[in-house]
Design a protein around this ligand. Structure first.
Ligand code: XMP
Length: 484
């Protein structure tokens, strides 16, 4: 039924999980520094194939910013009101923007003491000086503050400011701005349109500290948000979604089981309302993927499928309902359908990954990217406090189907609506593991070394490697054993 299983393990309909398989070692004809772990999500290039889950104990703006800076992506959760969602998205989008849009200005008639107060109060090193008609006539920085106390108190900005302001026009590229700042040995470059202030570029904000960051065409961080597939009837909510659309690059439709008529219809309406790209999920079978790829007529902004049902470390869906599609199985099934019907669609293996080695396994059955909550909930960057239990530092990690998460009422449509008593997730503690950099580094190294052992230089090559089912004795042997 599915190529990945038929060809690779000669079994059909075996619902296998990560621990059931191992990648077979392969011939390697490249050096370690030639390994390329970058991947694609629709038109977006990601330097690492890693996404943090849209869960309220995993991804808010701090996590999303860090994930994007490190080359992955963090999907902001939706278990909060729209105001908070807009705030989180704005913060991610503008976190590394090299153009400051809200620039401090002061009237040309102001005193030096006022400019000094403004700079000290807002912790800024300079202000733009404007005339009554708001046209820029100078720039006043900390370096222009006179030494003499009397001049500070009684002097006027116009007598100390720099009048010949070096400026740039709107729509400037990062590289052009950088060149101008260095050539003129200045720290600040205002953007002027016919003399009116449109923004400010500072040398500090242009530093390319994160060369791997996931960015949009304008150099801003990529922003992704979980979204209900329900189309809101209220025009006010539709306007709010349009507001979110301004900051979001990719909406991740966020339900436990997406293979449903109502959710598909709702999504199609949302795709007409919104311009951003869409990842749909979760699904778990070839049939579901085939249906979405061939029968639904989604718009061009459908870029990916998120797969895996009931595998999450905090999930109880399979236990409570008897239905599930563990992530390895689901990925193999959906990747087969994608290969058959639309190879441009990205496959995201979501949940159930426990060890770094599960990432190469996910790629070996056709995933382009992995999504995890488990790896990241214990990091400094996840929401929530660090607690201590029996001397160990911990953080709360909870399923979005847990009673605790559903109490907010914002994610009731993630599961079967109307079913209020059946929790499909738990709330628990997870060890605190420090900054996310260490976790990402382990995942990157596990993947890189796995690719070298299996002879795959790229993520696409990983899809061609061989896997096999491992027996329970084999599992025992591949773990540490017979030790005291
Ligand atoms: P991990 O294994 O990383 O899985 O903890 C995270 C993924 O699990 C999904 N998720 C849930 N599934 N009940 C479920 O059945 C839940 O309460 C729940 N909360 C999250 C989700 O896809 C996430 O990315």
């Amino acid at each position: 039924m599915t190529d990945y299983f038929r060809k690779k393990v000669h079994y059909e309909d075996i619902i296998a999980t990560f621990d059931d398989v191992l990648i077979k070692p392969g011939y390697t004809d490249f050096s370690p520094n030639e390994v390329d772990i970058s991947t694609k999500l629709g038109k977006y290039h990601l330097n690492i194939p890693i996404i943090s889950a849209a869960m309220d104990t995993v991804t808010e703006e701090v996590m999303a910013i860090k994930m994007a800076l490190l080359g992955g992506l963090g999907v902001l959760h939706r278990n909060c009101n729209y105001e908070k969602q807009i705030e989180m998205c704005r913060k991610v989008k503008f976190a590394r923007s090299f153009v400051i849009e809200e620039v401090a200005t002061i009237s040309v008639k102001a005193k030096v003491s006022e400019a000094k107060y403004l700079m000290e109060t807002y912790g800024i090193s300079g202000v733009m000086v404007v005339q009554d008609d708001n046209k820029v006539c100078g720039i006043f920085t900390k370096r222009d503050i006179p030494f003499n106390e009397r001049e500070i108190r009684h002097g006027y900005v116009k007598d100390f400011m720099t009048k010949d302001v070096i400026s740039i026009k709107p729509g400037v590229k990062r590289s052009e701005a950088l060149k101008m700042l260095y050539e003129n040995r200045i720290e600040k470059l205002p953007i002027l349109d016919d003399g009116y202030l449109k923004g400010l570029i500072t040398k500090k904000d242009l530093k390319p500290e994160f060369p791997n960051a996931s960015i949009d065409e304008e150099g801003r961080l990529l922003c992704a948000l979980g979204l209900s597939p329900k189309f809101p009837e209220s025009s006010q909510t539709q306007e709010t979604l349009k507001e979110l659309d301004k900051y979001v690059d990719i909406f991740f439709i966020d339900v436990a089981d997406y293979y449903k008529k109502a959710d598909i219809e709702g999504t199609k309406k949302l795709m007409k309302l919104l311009e951003s790209d869409f990842v749909l999920g979760n699904i778990g079978t070839y049939e579901a993927a085939e249906f979405l790829l061939t029968k639904c007529d989604f718009s061009e902004n459908f870029i990916g499928l998120k797969v895996g049902m009931g595998s999450g470390s905090i999930c109880t869906t399979s236990i409570q309902t008897g239905v599930g599609a563990p992530t390895l199985f689901a990925t193999a099934q959906v990747a087969d359908a994608v290969k058959d019907y639309n190879p441009k669609i990205t496959v995201i293996a979501d949940g159930g990954l426990k060890n770094p080695g599960d990432l190469p396994k996910a790629l070996s059955v056709g995933a382009d990217l992995m999504m995890s909550g488990h790896f990241f909930a214990g990091c400094t960057e996840s929401p929530g406090y660090i607690d201590t239990i029996q001397g160990r530092k911990v953080k709360v990690y909870r399923g979005m189907g847990s009673k605790e998460a559903r109490a907010s009422g914002f994610v009731s449509d993630r599961y079967i609506e109307g079913s209020k008593n059946l929790a499909e997730g738990v709330s628990a503690y997870i060890p605190y593991v420090g900054d996310i950099d260490g976790v990402i580094q382990s995942l990157k190294e596990g993947l890189t070394n796995g690719m070298i052992y299996s002879g795959a230089r790229t993520v696409q090559d990983m899809k061609k490697v061989d896997i096999g089912i491992i027996t329970p004795f084999g599992q025992q042997e591949t773990r540490t054993h017979d030790l005291i």
